[in-house]
Design a protein around this ligand. Structure first.
Ligand SMILES: [Zn+2]
Length: 330
């Protein structure tokens, strides 16, 4: 009942307030910015649309779609955007905005004009995210887990077609489960399925979530088949000083050390030490950031290990041990 009254109110508001400047773009800028991938662009009736429900999952946007009234509401960090099927008008924080082509809503999908999608991602939600710190208990550590690669990007491919993207996602999901058992953590994932997520999108998600630490999970590969072991990279000061606070780099070094020693202790792996990195995914994040290479897909023994769910579970648990050790010393 409540939703109907709200729907009618919104429908009336949208019908009465058909004002504002119409903007049109074909989504190219959004794709080139990395916020939206080409798979998120759909063609409906000759117009380019952004399939926004895909982005809700990816960016942690709370998105509810009422399939009866055909109204969708997107919320993040206190900002709200309401859209309605077949309407060029949207309500952005209570103000009307006009974008063409008109919004399309079918079943559980919301298709927005590229202009509106851009306005939401780079304006409304981003602005509120940087100005309003998400409220969380100070004792809680928000960990952003980044499963490397995904979708059209398989990452390294090992013996028997073993794909890095599947291993990284599985370990990230296991690690999330382990961390979720402890109320001291709040976990945000940059992807939770086999989708392609551009690097800039990954750091956007991490920054938008105000993460306390960013952990990117990868699998190594080397021409030298004997190469094996666990490696953790942190952003070096040389690369980071332009963009990052020195504290973040010092913290990342500590986090990297804690994870490496926990992994070599629990897994009995060769400790290849912590190393400075220049990875793009670490450069864009404003928090202590590390990249964990959990083993070599090119090494026969480690590839066999990585195929085993029990082994992947122990990797997840050892990374969790490392995070716990890092938290204890804070
Ligand atoms: Zn990788």
């Amino acid at each position: 009942m409540r939703i109907n009254i709200r729907s009618i109110t919104l429908a009336v508001a949208l019908a009465l307030l058909a004002t504002g400047c119409a903007t049109t773009n074909r989504g190219g800028r959004l794709v080139s910015s990395g916020l939206v991938s080409s798979q998120d662009i759909a063609n409906i009736g000759g117009y380019s649309y952004v399939k926004f429900d895909n982005l809700c999952d990816r960016y942690g946007i709370d998105c509810s779609i009422d399939s009866v009234s055909k109204i969708a509401v997107m919320r993040q960090n206190g900002a709200t955007v309401k859209v309605m099927d077949r309407s060029e008008i949207s309500l952005v924080n209570g103000y009307t905005k006009k974008f063409t082509p008109e919004t399309r809503i079918t079943d559980n999908h919301v298709y927005l004009s590229p202009g509106l999608a851009d306005h939401i991602l780079t304006g409304i939600f981003r602005k509120t995210a940087s100005s309003v710190k998400t409220v969380k208990p100070s004792s809680q550590l928000r960990i952003v887990l980044d499963a490397g690669h995904g979708g059209k990007d398989p990452g390294a491919i090992g013996r028997g077609g073993l794909k890095e993207k599947n291993i990284t996602l599985d370990i990230a999901q296991r690690l999330k489960d382990v961390l979720d058992r402890d109320s001291g953590y709040d976990v945000v994932m940059t992807r939770n399925s086999d989708v392609f997520v551009p690097l800039t999108t990954r750091s956007y998600i991490a920054n938008n979530a105000n993460g306390d630490a960013f952990i990117s999970i990868h699998v190594n590969s080397a021409r030298k088949k004997a190469a094996h072991g666990f490696e953790v990279y942190f952003l070096s000061s040389a690369v980071g000083k332009k963009h990052k606070a020195y504290d973040d780099i010092a913290e990342a070094t500590e986090l990297a050390k804690c994870i490496t020693s926990a992994a070599s202790y629990r897994l009995g792996l060769a400790n290849r030490g912590v190393k400075p990195a220049k990875f793009c995914v670490l450069k864009g994040t404003y928090m202590p950031s590390v990249l964990v290479e959990v083993g070599f897909i090119s090494n026969r023994k480690e590839a066999i290990n990585l195929r085993s769910p029990e082994y992947r579970q122990s990797i997840a648990e050892s990374i969790a041990d490392g995070i716990a050790a890092y938290r204890r010393r804070k």
